[in-house]
Design a protein around this ligand. Structure first.
Ligand code: COI
Length: 357
């Protein structure tokens, strides 16, 4: 199968649901585009992909992913440029990361042509669902789950790869109040924290809910050994501007290698902003705040893009950060990232995959 020759059998909807969507008021993750891509893996091989109307799937109650969490996913976004072409942002990076997560979860490698050609054909079909509105995008959710109907614990011998999409606006409606988590952990060395495995997100819900009950939107995860070093914030990577430098935890086996994270760091370097990827101690953040040197803090992720952090709680105290308007580094990087994604700025790093209609 080559990228050029794979033509995916397609069953289209008889009537699009796009009139259900109010393009001026898009909520995250609630209304799904008309079609989805579905590919099964069985007998040791990925089978012929198909595109069909978005809809429910029939599954055995014994489907192993539902019991043991052998499931991985990606999140990516598509935008429209002024000419109306669809611009996919760094899809090959999502593809590579999907297979990195797959290896960790014993899920067979997905071929690039299925991923890329599947995305191209799906998005051409659902092009009308890519919002042209500033601040909005088509969020694309590729995922793979184990489909053996067998409840013994072992890697499944069959899987399903699905891609569906939904138009989205902002993930967080306001600047975040976050709290540094002193007890629970998202991930430990040797675990699956670097993988986009479904169970990482499920296991994070309870600590996040406990923080929400205390009045914070999200938590900042700390390392599993000592709770001394900062890891991620909620479902995002986290960055700080300390004394003019952009500082973020280095990726490791416990931290997801975020594609937005990497893009933000690259844009910062392009702008000549000093970047430090290293261990970031909680004590450093507290001291920088006391000294008036903690200028900015924000999360980065595909869904949220750049989510500003207004307040960080630690050890009984709220550290309130400077006003958003003055956050020159994150605001300028966010604006540049947005221009690149929508084709308004040169694509110096070949991040854009254009789908002409
Ligand atoms: C993303 O940013 O795409 C994520 O994976 C977060 C998501 C779980 C909403």
């Amino acid at each position: 199968m080559s990228v050029d020759t794979l033509t995916i059998p397609t069953q289209t909807v008889s009537q699009s649901r796009i009139s259900e969507l109010d393009f001026n008021n898009i909520e995250f993750g609630k209304i799904f585009a008309d079609h989805m891509l579905v590919v099964d893996y069985k007998d040791g091989a990925w089978q012929t992909p198909e595109i069909k109307p978005y809809g429910n799937m029939s599954l055995s109650p014994a489907t192993s992913a539902l019991h043991y969490g052998q499931a991985i996913f990606e999140g990516m976004k598509a935008y429209k440029n002024a000419a109306g072409d669809i611009l996919l942002f760094r899809p090959l990076d999502n593809f590579r990361r999907l297979n990195i997560s797959g290896e960790r979860m014993c899920i067979p490698e997905l071929p690039e042509e299925i991923f890329m050609q599947g995305l191209e054909q799906l998005l051409r079909l659902d092009a009308a669902w890519v919002p042209p509105t500033a601040g909005c995008a088509l969020y694309i959710r590729p995922f793979i789950f184990a489909t053996d109907d067998f409840i013994g614990v072992r890697p499944s011998s069959s899987y399903r790869f699905v891609v569906f999409s939904c138009p989205v606006g902002a993930y967080y409606g306001q600047p975040l109040r976050v709290a540094i988590e002193p007890n629970y952990v998202r991930s430990a060395e040797g675990g699956a924290g670097y993988a986009k495995a479904a169970g990482n997100y499920g296991a994070a819900l309870y600590p996040a809910r406990k923080m929400q009950e205390r009045g914070y939107h999200q938590l900042i995860w700390t390392d599993a050994r000592e709770h001394k070093y900062i890891e991620e914030s909620g479902t995002m990577n986290v960055m700080f501007v300390i004394d003019g430098k952009l500082v973020t935890p280095a990726v490791s086996t416990t931290i997801l290698a975020g594609i937005t994270r990497d893009s933000v760091l690259q844009i910062a370097r392009d702008k000549g902003i000093p970047v430090e990827e290293r261990k970031v101690a909680v004590s450093e953040i507290v001291e920088a705040h006391k000294a008036g040197k903690l200028q900015e803090a924000f999360g980065t992720g595909t869904a949220a893009t750049i989510a500003q952090i207004a307040t960080i709680h630690y050890n009984g105290e709220d550290m309130n950060l400077p006003a958003l308007e003055g956050r020159e580094i994150s605001n300028s990087i966010a604006a540049e990232l947005d221009r690149i994604k929508t084709g308004q700025a040169p694509d110096a790093h070949n991040w854009i995959h254009k789908i002409s209609l």
